[in-house]
Design a protein. Structure first.
Length: 162
């Protein structure tokens, strides 16, 4: 299975609402070095980026290492069944509370609406998307929202999280 790399940037308003201010999905087979360069450019352009969460499942560990080597405030997250459930549950909670705003984006809305979930035998919720669809933007958004919740790393007024 091949996936796109995707980047989501959030800012927090004075009222505590998270706002999606940037969303990009890269073409398939975009070199990770290009994605890191893009992130570096974003961080240089935007003020106050304080945390970047990167899926380090599979080859992602090297991407995290490269991001750290160029001075990005990156952390890796291994997307296990359990961590996926935690991340998506938090996204759902933030959305249900009306604490996330995003501009109309047909592809993002499609990814939000077609993502499937089911309870596994182990008691965890698993997430999948239908054949021929992608969920890269959804996971970029979910990771950015999740990055805003960690104690000590919470998004402060006017700060941004990737």
């Amino acid at each position: 299975r091949r996936d796109h790399s995707a980047v989501a940037v959030l800012s927090e308003d004075e009222d505590g609402v998270l706002r999606l201010i940037h969303l990009k999905r890269f073409p398939l087979e975009t070199p990770y070095a290009s994605v890191i360069g893009y992130l570096k450019g974003l961080c240089d352009t935007l003020e106050g980026v304080n945390r970047i969460l990167i899926d380090q499942t599979g080859v992602g560990e090297y991407v995290v290492e490269d991001a750290l080597n160029v001075g990005l405030p990156a952390e890796g997250v291994v997307l296990t069944v359990k961590t996926k459930e935690q991340i998506m549950t938090y996204l759902k909670t933030v959305m249900a509370r009306g604490m996330l705003r995003y501009p109309y984006d047909r592809m993002l809305l499609h990814e939000l609406n077609v993502e499937k979930f089911e309870l596994s035998k182990s008691g965890y919720i698993t997430f999948t998307h239908p054949e021929g669809t992608h969920d890269d933007r959804l996971w970029a958004l979910a990771l950015a929202v999740y990055a805003s919740r960690k104690p000590g790393f919470a998004v402060t007024k006017g700060r941004r999280v990737l």
